[in-house]
Write a protein that binds this ligand. Sequence first.
Ligand code: ADP
Ligand code: GLC
Length: 489
Amino acid sequence: MRIAFASAEVFPYAKTGGLGDVLGALPKVLKRQGVDVKVFLPKYATIDHSKYELDYCYPIGQMPIRVAGQVHNVNVFHSTLPDSDVDVYFLDCPHFYNRSSIYTNDRDEDERFIMLCKGVLESLQRLQWKPDIIHCNDWQTGLIPLYLKDNYSWDRFFDNVASVMTIHNIAYQGRFSKNTVEKAEIRPELFYQNSALEVWGNISFLKAGLMYADAINTVSYTYAHEITTSEFGAGLEGVLRHRINDFWGILNGVDYHVWNPATDKHLPFHFSLSDMSGKEANKKFLLESVHLPYRENVPLIGIVSRMVSQKGFDLLARGINELMQLDVQWVILGTGEDEFEDLFRSLSYVYPQKVFSYIGFNTELSHLIEAAADIFLMPSYYEPCGLNQIYSLKYGTVPVVRKTGGLADTVKDWHELYYSGNYDGTGFTFNDYTPYALVSTVRRAVEAYYDKDLWNKIVLNGMLKDFSWENSARTYKELYNHALKNKRG
Ligand code: ADP
Ligand code: GLC
């Protein structure tokens, strides 16, 4: 089986969140399982060229590609995903990708990803490498399924090529005004009220992907169910219900080569179940380096997150005064909306002994927080999968999460299980999106922390959990077969 992946993010080259992690891991595991894979992404100026060997791809050569009536000469560079022989192709179009960030608010954001969609298809044509499936991820690649069935269907090369569309976050839909239809060279007849592209008079790349792909999925079972409802479907719940027979939930996995406390290259001290002493050493190291006092038996709470309402930051803001009354320390890493960045920046001034916040993106610090903290807080309003709570489990850092989406599928509340005679809990969870539920659950975790036997049991339960990609990769293969059946009958 041959799979071409298309995505705006692929770790380690380009990442703003979990999408990058998934694309950096799943292709490698599929390859190990005997699938032939290639990965496509833009060649952003932000990619650290000194770190990776990128070679000009002569078999593809220069491709003239038209977007919004302008022809751009696109070159392609090739590399292999680190620690693997997975081919990665970088679409080089400086006009669109030499910007200071992966995503922009620029007026041609639609054009930047129309280019990606066309660039993937044209590269495949020129490579003469025919995939069984083009696996599209999020709205930036949503036009590919439509292009396959319409604009590029003249080419017999694509006759048997099916597509899969994965939703990593349904709130981001790539909605643009009607004139994007023309920029993308989509036939105007395809765009009308309630058509497969249209949402409230605009075009939505994600809706197009969901309607034209041969199979679709999202990244956890609970989120798959949630987004068929109006509360979480962000207006696309009807589309998902319409496609319910082709819509699966497949839980994300973890790349334990990157996220393993026994080998993590970002950690000063390693640890594992057989010797946990490194965990406390990391805690001391982190606290010292951020100038917080090390206090024995005082729990350290970590947060690593995009600072947006999705992640529960409005709830944190509402509960913050009470949370600050607890005798705990906080290390917070994130970027996002100004009001939340400002809140945490100011907290570290008001509570210099208690709170350290780093506003920015910092991979090394993200690993160190996972390793050093006692508790990891993730009170998301919704969460398609969430990876940090799964990393936390492996790092012996007990997650406190809201029971939604992938958080509900990966973290089991200690007390809830305990009262049914089961000692398998791995963290602490709450349902109500209220400051009261948040604060009382954090308090529950802090109290458990003081009972060392109990705490060690919860830590152990989490560390023993295995969320490696192998199982989910096998389920993706089933989904690919489902897509092929839809396509080829
Ligand atoms: P999402 O994709 O919604 O942001 P996930 O939990 O799936 O959430 O994945 C987030 C990924 O991004 C994790 O690998 C996390 O460590 C990383 N991350 C998030 N914010 C930062 C940051 N400020 N600095 C470094 N890494 C970050
Ligand atoms: C999105 C979601 C996150 C998920 C990630 C990878 O960014 O917000 O929950 O883990 O995609 O699928």
